[in-house]
Design a protein around this ligand. Sequence first.
Ligand code: PBG
Length: 307
Amino acid sequence: MKKLKIKLNKLVYPLFVKDGKGLREEVKNMPGIFRFSLDTLIPEIRQITDLGLKSVLLFGVAKKKDKHGFSAYQKDNIVNQAIIEIKRVFKDIRIITDVCLCAYTLHGHCGIIKRGSKVIDNKETLKVLAKIALEHARCGADYVAPSAMARHQVSAIRTLLNKYGFYNTKIMGYSAKYFSNFYRPFREAANSYPAFGDRSAYQLDYSSSKQAIMRIKSDVKEGADIVMVKPALSYLDVIKEAKAKITIPLAAYNVSGEYSMVKYGVKLGLWQEKDIVNEIITSIMRAGADIVITYHAKDIARWQKKM
Ligand code: PBG
C-alpha cells in the first residue's frame, strides 16, 4: 500500500487558553487535550513548533460572561493576551483565532439574542463579531476565523479590518458548519454549552449539501481567504463538492467528537492509533481538503519524528 506522509504544514492544531497560572487541565472526553494558562502555553507552543507544526487555532475559555459577550472584544482577555505573548516569543507561527460568542455569553449561543426573545439578531451579531476580529488583528492574529454562522460574517469582518488598515489579516470562514453531534466534547473544553435550545437555527441541516455550497460560495465572494467544511468525517462528500467549485484553499475541521471516538477506540483496543489517524486524515485530504484542523496534529508530528 502506498503510504502518503501527511504534510505538517497542512495541519492546524487547536489550543484552549484560560486565565490562571500553571494550568494544564485535561479536557473531559478528549484525552491528550488540555486547557493552558499563558505560562504553560508558551512551552507547549515551543514543543509544537519544535515538532514542525506551523499553525495553531486559539480558543478562549472566558473568565467573564454576560448577555452581549463584552469580554470577547477586550484587549486584556485571555485570547488577546495569548496572541501578543505568542507573537513576542515565536516568529514563525501562524495564529488563527476562533471568532464567536458562545464561550462569552451567558446564554451560550453564537450570537446576540434579540431582547425578550430566543432569536439571534444577525445585524447586532455582525457588529460584535467584527469587533472581536479587529481586536485579534490588533494583537497580531494572522487569520481570524468566524464560527458563529451569522449571515455575511465574512464581509462584516473584512470591512472593519480594512477600515482600520488590517488589509493583511486574513479570514478563514467556518463557511459550512453543520448542526452536529460531534461538537459535544468541545463544549466541555470551551465551556460553551447553549443554556437553552440548540444551534439548529444557525448551523446547517446535515440532510443536504446545498446550503453548504451556497454558504461557501458566498464567503468566497465576501472575501474569505480560506473556507471550511465542519465536521470532516461525515461530510467528505461536501468537502469534495466544495473543492470542485472553488479556487481558494479549503479547510476541513476534524472536530472534537471525531477525535474522542478515535481515542476511546484506542483505549478499548479496537485499533492502532497511528494507523487509524493516518487513514482518517489522508481520507479528508483525498476528499479535497487542503488544510485539516485536527487535535491529532501533535501526535502525527511526533510519530513522523520517530520514523
Ligand atoms: C464555536 C465553535 C465550536 C467548535 C468550533 N468553534 C462549537 C459549537 O459550534 O458548538 C467545535 C469544534 C470541535 O468540536 O472541535 N462556535
